[in-house]
Ligand binder design. Sequence first.
Ligand code: PHE
Length: 339
Amino acid sequence: MIDEIFKIFSEINNLKASNPEEFEALRIKYLSKKGIINSLMSEFRTVPPEQKKEVGQQLNKLKSTLQDRLNELKENIAETDVQSKEIDLSRTSYPIPLGTRHPLSLIKEEINSIFKRLGFSIAEGPEIEDDWHVFSSLNFAEDHPARDMQDTFFIQRNPEVVLRTHTSSVQTRVMEKTQPPIRIICPGRVYRNEAISARAHCFFHQIEGLYIDKNISFADLKQALLFFTKELFGKDTQIRLRPSYFPFTEPSAEMDISCHICGGKGCNICKYTGWVEILGCGMVDPAVLDNCGIDSNIYSGYAFGMGIERIAMLKYQINDIRLFFENDVNFLNQFQSAF
Ligand code: PHE
């Protein structure tokens, strides 16, 4: 038996395992219940008493040397495993998922870039406003319904602090500080106290435009809006101006575009009229210019304003405004290649 033990001793240094399977095979061979060490242990009973001491010592030594060697092999495997993971150049890379831009940002950027090409620059202002900038400077009568709690979110009553209901307030701020020529667009979030539905939300986004200089006429307004429409909806799109009313413009109009879905023939998007309304506009009321320190005898100007959600809904055929604000990735991912 002692010969057998020495024979195994001589093998120990040559034991090799380059992967977990080979290691497991060695462990089973030597150290498992039915392995060589255990069978030597059971054979030990048959060793003559005078040899028991020496054989016993050697057997214990063999067992611990084997255990040490196997532990060493195990560590080597773990190490090469980590190394090989670090330098495996052949492994295919994980695809990096691309984020998407929000459809409202896409449309806002597109509208901004069209007006920038016409020489407009961007102006921004606060969402929390006072009565003067949202209403009074813009000619809203004391009893105008927009000033009502039904339409406006009040933060404070006296003096009045409100969430702006349109970004015309930014135009007032610019006119107060700047003498013409003024050529700005004002993108931003606005708030209205409306019941949330598929068509309306208590907050949404607008882009309003203002151009003030000497000799600005309604023809300039019409031409700028026609250019804008063709850029955004395609060169065959037509516009139609209908008389309307806003406190801060005179004359005022609402602009329709020929339905880009049916080309004007009639469909459910345009409610079978061939036209869809997209913005309000008009010549700035001289009283508004005077309110802001601009001489209405010298200068005139036009203004327009549109809802970004409405344009995005038309352009992408989205039928529920709430989708813009729900952060549903299934909705947002559809705009991956939009720009
Ligand atoms: N401020 C108007 C609105 O919020 C839009 C508008 C702007 C209309 C400028 C005419 C001129 O509905």
